[in-house]
Ligand binder design. Sequence first.
Ligand code: XMP
Length: 270
Amino acid sequence: MNVIHLLNYNMSTPIPYSERIDILRKDKQSNLILAIDPKYGESNLFGYVFNLITKLGKYLCAIKLNFHVILPLSFTELQRLNLAAHRERLQIMADIKLNDIPNTNNVTIQYLHSMGFDSIIVNPFIGKTNLESTVNFAHSLNCGIIALVYMSHSGASEGFGVSVVNPLLDTPSNTQSQFYNVFYENSKICKVDGIVVGGNKLDVLKELASKNKKNIPIYSPGIITQGGNIESALECGSDYLIIGRAIINSSDPLMELQNINKFINHRFYK
Ligand code: XMP
């Protein structure tokens, strides 16, 4: 069956987000997600993002849009960009690290969904019950939820790495566990569609990947510009790599992306 037809999320038997991106990953032989983060005040922002989608889309399974694009562009412009991305057979992630009460989360998800976004990154700090209701609501719209489990920046250990006693774990009450382990367990229970673990945080990545056993797809930012290495991240268990500045700010983004894609396919999938 035609992949474009398969991925029409308005179909009567909709395909869940995690399957849509997996189909595209296999069909396009790319596990790369482009973080389109233009600089502040980019002139013709719409055209800049549109050009990247149409020129690079063939070598990607998804794009990730952040506040760099979601804040300055209008609802209609975002809809048009997301339509262009779907035409290029891309999934679109909204990286807003959603972290609020259920009512606010749901209204935000509804707006992002009606703009055409396929998945939304959520901060599991909202707690298990709230995460579960957020996932259920997103799934009712056939939208995916990706949970932040361990971030890629240098201060990640000060938040995600802090040891806590988790009242929800079946362990003695004096047993400590880091936030990232609690977030991972809650993400699994709540049936999120993916987790974010920094591709430059190899110890945590390896630990979670061995627990996870390919159960929940692992999305990894932090590659190249933030010090992460493609080969190490994939060896340690990343399923999807999120790369931004190393591609979009290079002198030839298309060639840079093609080289990365070729390297991954040659090293890992041939
Ligand atoms: P670069 O240019 O560093 O872009 O390749 C990375 C992109 O990913 C975002 N980012 C994260 N998003 N969890 C996330 O959900 C993280 O741990 C994380 N680390 C980086 C960053 O904002 C940029 O868009």
